[in-house]
Design a protein around this ligand. Structure first.
Ligand SMILES: Cc1cc2nc3c(=O)[nH]c(=O)nc-3n(C[C@H](O)[C@H](O)[C@H](O)COP(=O)(O)O)c2cc1C
Length: 326
């Protein structure tokens, strides 16, 4: 299938089976989730859409202790993007489980909990809290945070440290709970990091976290963010993200990495953006920055993706996953 003229028989959008493969051999009713950090713990988003209609909701990253995040200014707009140096503010895992998770469970949400720590054992500590947690369908390990034992280099930038974190989490997490490794594109080979994570037991991969960027204010003559550099998100990074998903899915097809589901993210604003990720090899898609100006974006993207698949003659989401490789 190379262009619109090859679409044999468009289908009714409603007839497309949107069931999405999820790590550990499970499925979710549809592929759409929220990108971590872009929908808090779900409370604000629930005002705009029933959370149970999303495939899942991915929480902002939760750490062992509460954190206040970095000093302001911590956000700056860039051409087609957003730069943030927020620094993982959050309530801490105990408060999260007792209050936020319980609230999400009451709404029938399927929750992927993003976890992080400054040391390997802190990731495992968070994972342990989530065993038997109500509504938890998976863990997403945010490997982009700085490793306190490795001069602050992000865990995700080194195959060995990424491996150690995933192994530690996999060892303590409920075996029935899929563990996703969230990868950053700021590496020489994202495939090498993906390989290390899957070897360590990752049941799925989330790609991508924000690449580092920087904005300098030409009036104050200083960096715009208090953190100097920050994570770039939004449509500006979509081609990088699609490339990463494509590259890792290609390695799976070639047998270099055990095949696990990929959740793609980076600048998804509309159904056709999500379709790009699916064609590259993602069976899940996360909507992030788009939520800030359109809080209804996740469900809208789901409806548009369903229509886009139908218009191209795909009866099932899974038929389109990785189609660009054929
Ligand atoms: C304001 C903001 C906060 C974020 N916080 C987190 C976070 O807590 N944990 C995480 O893994 N990723 C975090 N991210 C990264 C997103 O989950 C996502 O990987 C990235 O923004 C790309 O998707 P997007 O372009 O659709 O936003 C954050 C992104 C933004 C913009």
């Amino acid at each position: 299938m190379t262009d619109a003229t090859t679409f044999v028989a468009p289908l009714e959008g409603g007839s497309v089976d949107m069931t999405a493969p999820f790590g550990g051999g499970g499925t979710l009713p549809n592929p759409v989730t929220t990108a971590s950090g872009c929908a808090g713990y779900g409370r604000e988003l629930a005002k705009f859409q029933p959370l149970a209609e999303l495939g899942s909701i991915t929480t902002r990253t939760v750490t062992p202790q509460p954190r206040s995040g970095r000093a302001t200014p911590r956000m700056a707009e860039t051409p087609s993007g957003l730069l943030n140096g927020i620094g993982l503010p959050g309530v801490g895992i105990a408060h999260f489980v007792e209050n936020e998770l319980a609230w999400l469970a009451e709404r029938g949400a399927r929750v992927v909990v993003s976890i992080a720590g400054e040391r390997v054992d802190q990731f495992a500590e968070c994972a342990q809290w989530l065993n038997d947690g109500p509504a938890v369908v998976g863990l997403e390990v945010n490997l982009a945070c700085p490793d306190a034992d490795n001069q602050g280099l992000a865990f995700a930038r080194n195959p060995a440290t990424a491996h150690d974190v995933i192994q530690a989490v996999r060892e303590v997490a409920d075996p029935a709970l899929p563990v996703y490794a969230k990868l950053t594109p700021d590496v020489a080979s994202v495939t090498d990091i993906a390989k290390a994570c899957v070897r360590a037991g990752a049941d799925g991969l989330s790609m991508i976290n924000t690449p580092l960027g920087m904005v300098i204010d030409t009036d104050t003559l200083r960096p715009r963010l208090s953190t100097t550099a920050g994570g770039l998100s939004g449509p500006a990074i979509r081609p990088i993200a699609v490339r990463c998903v494509y590259e890792v899915h290609a390695a799976m097809r070639a047998g270099e990495i055990t095949t696990v589901p990929i959740t793609g993210m980076g600048g998804i604003r509309a159904g056709l953006d999500a379709l790009e990720f699916v064609l590259a090899g993602a069976s899940g898609v996360a909507v992030g920055t788009a939520i800030f100006h359109d809080p209804g974006a996740p469900l809208r993207v789901l409806a548009e993706l369903r229509e886009a698949l139908a218009a191209r003659g795909f009866a099932k989401l899974t038929d389109a996953v990785g189609h660009a490789h054929q």
